[in-house]
Design a protein around this ligand. Structure first.
Ligand SMILES: C[S@@+](CC[C@H](N)C(=O)[O-])C[C@H]1O[C@@H](n2cnc3c(N)ncnc32)[C@H](O)[C@@H]1O
Length: 389
């Protein structure tokens, strides 16, 4: 029980990252046209703390939104202090808080300055067309009342809890919704997500393909050294690595060809021992004249153009059928025997050890002593043959 509670606490902590407005703007500027006359739903977003709500409220008329809905979740520990955009009188004290939804259908330029800026948004709830209503349940995106709101919506945009990413995406796909959401790059390798990537039903967004991003964290977040910042108001931020936008809304840059300049040679591109594909260590090194299966690093997905390549599978057991099964001894970091054994290099792709390019071997065949190099996670891809006519 204690472990379960600890796990839940850890999970909650990992879920409480609040996206900065700048990062939201950088991504959403690539999809401006799709919001016209649409209902946008931010279903993991307390309007008082969420910059997603803030972004859509400020840009309500500019984007031509029909409606903006946000629901908040009652376990969110952050206080209602970050964004006073709805006016102090509407702030609910943390103690008495209850999950609620906000529905915005009209944003007027109340101060007549010709712009719909933040100063106007604070009057949002004084407009009878905009409502704040308590939810019956806890605001879980899977709850009946939140699913009902989802059904009424066209596009979901948010940063959902990373720990529930699979379920979150499954639900969006089940209800056939457009979405632009933040997740961890590791989610690419989830069985469910990868299947959607293969089927071209989800892909990475436009603006984040490397590095880290800064997120606000609750005041209760423990102090850390690396990448941790406290601003002049005492608000805490951390830098999170491996963040990506995931979407099913198309944008033109994802159809730009990756420029390939290398040509295939068997020496430079050895095949795996257990699958008929060549190994490529860097996406930019994909040979331009090879039309068989190619194993590329997962980061290929950041540059993936569905008109240029097909994604076939993940290079792991369960996703592809290995063509051989070898019992091997696992070698340590210095290439010494460990006395531990594995079948098929722990269920991944492997190729013969090559002392010219590999530092140390990772496995040794129990039968014939052949040394093998382990290959980090790979995606199997294949060039599409374009119709030149
Ligand atoms: C990564 S944070 C992002 C918050 C906000 N969307 C943003 O980007 O600033 C995820 C949010 O989802 C909320 N959450 C966690 N579990 C949830 C659930 N089952 N249903 C709805 N929201 C949930 C958390 O409380 C947290 O506020």
């Amino acid at each position: 029980m204690a472990t379960k509670l600890m796990d839940a606490a850890k999970r909650n902590k990992a879920d409480e990252f609040y996206t900065q407005l700048h990062d939201i703007e950088l991504e959403l500027k690539h999809y401006k046209e799709i919001f016209k006359d649409k209902v946008v739903f931010c279903n993991c977003d307390d309007p008082y703390e969420s910059n997603f709500f803030k972004y859509f409220a400020i840009n309500f008329n500019y984007l031509g939104l029909k409606k903006l809905i946000a629901t908040c979740y009652d376990n969110s520990p952050i206080a209602y202090t970050q964004l006073s955009l709805l006016g102090e009188d509407k702030i609910i004290s943390n103690k008495n808080r209850h999950p609620y939804k906000i529905e915005i259908t009209e944003v007027k330029d109340y101060n007549n300055d010709g712009a719909t800026d933040l100063a106007d948004v604070k009057f949002l709830l004084q407009n009878k067309k905009n409502t704040l209503t308590l939810l019956k349940g806890n605001g879980d995106f899977r709850s009946e009342e939140c699913v009902k709101l989802l059904k009424q919506s066209d596009i979901v945009v948010t940063n959902p809890p990373f720990s529930l990413f699979r379920e979150y995406v499954n639900q969006l796909v089940e209800y056939n919704k457009k979405f632009i959401i933040i997740g961890n790059v590791n989610a690419i390798t989830y069985k469910e997500t990868f299947k959607l990537i293969i089927e071209n039903k989800i892909w990475l967004g436009h603006s984040i393909h490397s590095g880290d991003r800064e997120f606000r964290v609750p005041d209760s977040y423990p102090l850390q050294s690396a990448g941790f910042r406290v601003d002049e108001n005492g608000t805490k931020y951390i830098r999170v690595k491996g963040v990506r936008w995931f979407t099913n809304v198309d944008y033109k840059e994802r159809h730009e060809d990756l420029i390939l300049y290398k040509t295939y040679s068997p020496n430079e591109y050895p095949k795996y021992e257990n699958f008929d594909a060549i190994n490529v260590n860097k996406t930019t090194d994909i040979p331009c004249d090879y039309y068989g299966y190619i194993g590329v690093p997962i980061t290929f997905i950041d540059k993936y153009n569905p008109d240029q390549f097909d994604i076939i599978a993940l290079g792991i057991v369960g996703s592809i059928d290995f063509t051989s099964e070898r019992k091997m001894e696992i070698l340590d970091k210095t290439g010494q025997p460990t006395g531990k054994y594995t079948i098929n290099a722990k269920g991944t792709l492997y190729r013969k050890f090559n002392p010219n390019i590999d530092k140390v071997p990772s496995f040794k065949d129990c039968k014939d002593g052949q040394l093998y190099s382990s290959i980090y996670a790979r995606v199997i891809i294949k060039r599409r043959i374009k119709n030149e006519n």
